[in-house]
Design a protein around this ligand. Structure first.
Ligand SMILES: Nc1ncnc2c1ncn2[C@@H]1O[C@H](COP(=O)(O)OP(=O)(O)O)[C@@H](O)[C@H]1O
Ligand SMILES: O=P(O)(O)OC[C@H](O)CO
Length: 498
């Protein structure tokens, strides 16, 4: 068995490749950001060819830093930003449009129509999801309706579509020359098109959104050999495919029902393993596939998705110029003792869980002459913590069980001030693992299990190590008072978009 595994983590902000050894230790990594396009308010796009080029570059970069060639890799696994949709030409591999990103709200009208015609309940019962602009199906519908000739070409079988995992796997395995066109249930369960119980595309939902079946990839397991790579990873088995949030759940070793993690990246995503049965939420959470290993039955999760957390820090950096780097937000926030009375509710794409309010837009409330840019930095960080508290409360109400501690990961957990505030606001310890790159690790685990690099999930569980714990120090009365103000601020964002 070759001694190393590669994992590609294609995120909303950047693409990484990490190389791991059998102990799950990181050997090398390379990372590159890609451009974000905002053609209109509420629209967010990525260039699929740029994402592919960055992927190839980080793979080459990580191998070079590790001093390895592809022949020393046992397999490669992929974790990806979910819901984002690419539509491309089967013959040339050329995308017919930029990828429409999960944060994009252009499908609001279509979603309103679907909700009116079919009702939220039908979609939720079949897919575990509410009808919302977040998910892939309506984005694909928009592309078919708005890119000239796309629908006719799709019906003639000239086009292929997929989420980013599908796009990368097709390209890495040969593209127009024999690339495999597949996805896994953790990604497919984010489309509003998959039957959550049968793990198959649902004919009725495809018809409701007028999606031609031949466009769609085959749904395979999350851990399985799909094919082998061509190009710079020539001959390496492609063996793992997980949506990035499910990959983080896997990388955190949350293999048993009741285990959960929260990932703080562009957005924030808490997933709770609920075992072999899907739990339909009454609290605004999503029901989603956590993973499916080979021919085993799937494992499900409840998810609280928050659209904007780290993206708010990026916004302070890129749109307001308040900071030069994301890390600087902590220095700026530390210049003040508290938020100065302001709350930033970053409803840039409406509000996701637990509200699902497409009509909400961002608001900064509580402004006075006292407020300075330090307060903005602090309020931006606190917004991630408040939104997490809302999700944790919904999870507790849904399951009737409170977590003893919260496992965290993602780019923002480098932020000590945020993590300390998070522990205070939840009144529970917040725990960071030794390998904070849990998304890449989860993709490596999935690939490694498929090729026998690791034996089973029990072996993987033994690799998890605690790095740091933040314990709460805030008085409960203070915490609840702050949280009540946050809840008030959230209501100010509602009913903005007519
Ligand atoms: N030290 C930091 N403090 C606060 N936010 C940070 C920090 N470092 C990175 N971020 C934010 O985290 C996000 C990147 O995290 P990452 O997990 O790589 O995201 P993604 O997987 O969504 O691309 C960015 O939105 C960035 O603004
Ligand atoms: O790429 P991230 O880490 O922002 O994750 C994005 C999610 O997959 C969206 O559902």
């Amino acid at each position: 068995m070759n001694p190393y595994l590669a994992a590609i983590d294609q995120g909303t902000t950047s693409t990484r490749c990490l190389i791991f050894d059998r102990q799950g230790r990181e050997i090398a990594r390379a990372q590159r950001e890609h451009r974000q396009f905002y053609p209109r308010p509420g629209w967010v796009e990525h260039d699929p060819l740029e994402i592919l080029a960055q992927t190839q570059a980080v793979v080459a970069g990580a191998l070079e830093r590790a001093g390895l060639g592809p022949s020393q890799l046992a397999a490669v696994g992929i974790a990806n930003q979910r819901e984002t949709v690419v539509l491309w030409e089967r013959e040339t591999g050329r995308p017919v449009h930029n990828a429409i990103v999960w944060q994009d709200t252009r499908t609001a009208e279509l979603c309103g129509r679907l909700a009116g015609e079919f009702g939220q309940d039908r979609f939720r019962a079949r897919t575990g999801l509410p009808i919302a602009t977040y998910f892939s199906g309506p984005k694909l519908g928009w592309l078919l309706d708005h890119v000239e000739g796309a629908r006719a070409r799709a019906e003639r079988g000239e086009l292929l579509c997929g989420t980013i995992d599908t796009w990368l796997i097709w390209n890495l395995s040969g593209g127009p020359r024999g690339g495999v066109h597949i996805t896994d249930p953790s990604n497919a369960s984010r489309t509003l098109l998959m039957d959550l119980a049968r793990l198959e595309w649902d004919a009725g939902l495809l018809e409701a959104m007028a999606i031609p079946r031949p466009l769609l990839p085959e749904i395979h397991a999350s851990s399985e050999v799909y094919g082998v790579c061509a190009g710079s990873l020539s001959g390496v088995p492609l063996a793992g495919d997980l949506g990035d949030q499910q990959a983080a759940l896997f990388g955190q070793g949350c293999f048993a029902p009741g285990e959960a993690k929260n990932t703080y990246g562009t957005g924030c995503f808490m997933l709770l393993n609920t075992g072999r049965e899907p739990v339909v939420s009454r609290q605004g959470l999503l029901t989603t596939v956590a993973y499916r290993l080979g021919s085993e039955p799937p494992v499900y999760a409840l998810e609280g998705s928050v659209a904007v957390t780290g993206a708010l820090v990026q916004w302070l950096r890129d749109n307001l110029g308040l900071i030069d780097s994301a890390a600087e937000v902590e220095t700026l926030a530390a210049t003040v003792a508290d938020n100065g009375g302001i709350y930033i509710v970053p409803a840039f794409s409406g509000l996701f869980a637990p509200y699902w309010r497409g009509d909400a837009r961002g608001a900064i409330v509580g402004l006075t002459r006292y407020v300075n840019k330090g307060h903005f930095a602090r309020a931006a960080l606190e917004a991630a913590a408040y939104q997490t508290r809302e999700i944790l409360d919904a999870m507790r109400d849904e399951t009737g069980q409170a977590l003893a501690e919260l496992k965290v990961d993602g780019g923002m957990v480098a932020n000590d001030l945020l993590m300390g505030f998070q522990a205070d606001l939840l009144g529970m310890p917040v725990v960071r693992p030794a390998i904070a790159e849990t998304t890449a690790l989860g993709a490596a685990y999935a690939a490694g299990l498929a090729v026998g690099f690791w034996r089973d999930v029990d072996e993987l569980r033994g690799l998890w190590r605690r790095d740091r714990v933040w314990s709460p120090t805030m008085a409960p009365a203070t915490r609840e008072c702050l949280y009540a103000d946050w809840k008030k601020a959230v209501t100010r964002t509602f009913d903005w978009v007519e």
